[in-house]
Design a protein around this ligand. Structure first.
Ligand SMILES: [Zn+2]
Ligand SMILES: [Zn+2]
Length: 144
């Protein structure tokens, strides 16, 4: 299945082919600020699955562990559409909400649970991590 994620004005796009490797809800404060929501949802693909299109501005920030994440957002409307965490090779993360379709699979991981608002709950089973999910830990296999 091919799905197209895009910013609010439509000029920055990411076309993803196939199913995501991981879908993760993240409760960290950076994701809250980026998304303007109580948590962010990362839709992770290998870079070969995603074709990006349109002009983007870049914001690079360090994660708690000092590793960099490179966010691409629309210079016109400001929506962040995709990003690259340098600590996982060959991964591109697409903002879940940028797809705006119901066919994207639900999160199987919930990370930075220590910052989760108590009223945010999920009624399906998922693997929970107090902090960052590390590839190789837990039940889910990360991008290869
Ligand atoms: Zn835009
Ligand atoms: Zn986060």
């Amino acid at each position: 299945m091919t799905r197209i994620a895009h910013c609010c004005c439509g000029s920055l796009r990411a076309e993803a082919t196939g199913e995501p490797l991981i879908v993760a809800a993240c409760h960290c404060t950076e994701c809250q600020r980026r998304s303007g929501s109580p948590f962010g949802v990362s839709t992770c693909f290998s870079q070969g699955q995603v074709r990006t299109e349109g002009p983007s501005s870049v914001y690079v920030r360090s994660s708690d562990s000092g590793r960099k994440v490179e966010f691409h957002f629309c210079p016109k409307c400001g929506s962040t559409v995709f990003w690259y965490p340098e600590f996982i090779a060959d991964l591109i993360v697409v903002a879940f909400g940028a797809f705006a379709v119901s066919s994207v699979p639900q999160p199987t991981l919930s990370v930075w649970e220590t910052m989760r608002h108590p009223w945010v709950t999920f009624d399906h089973a998922l693997d929970r991590f107090g902090g960052q999910y590390e590839p190789g830990e837990g039940a889910v296999t990360a991008a290869e």
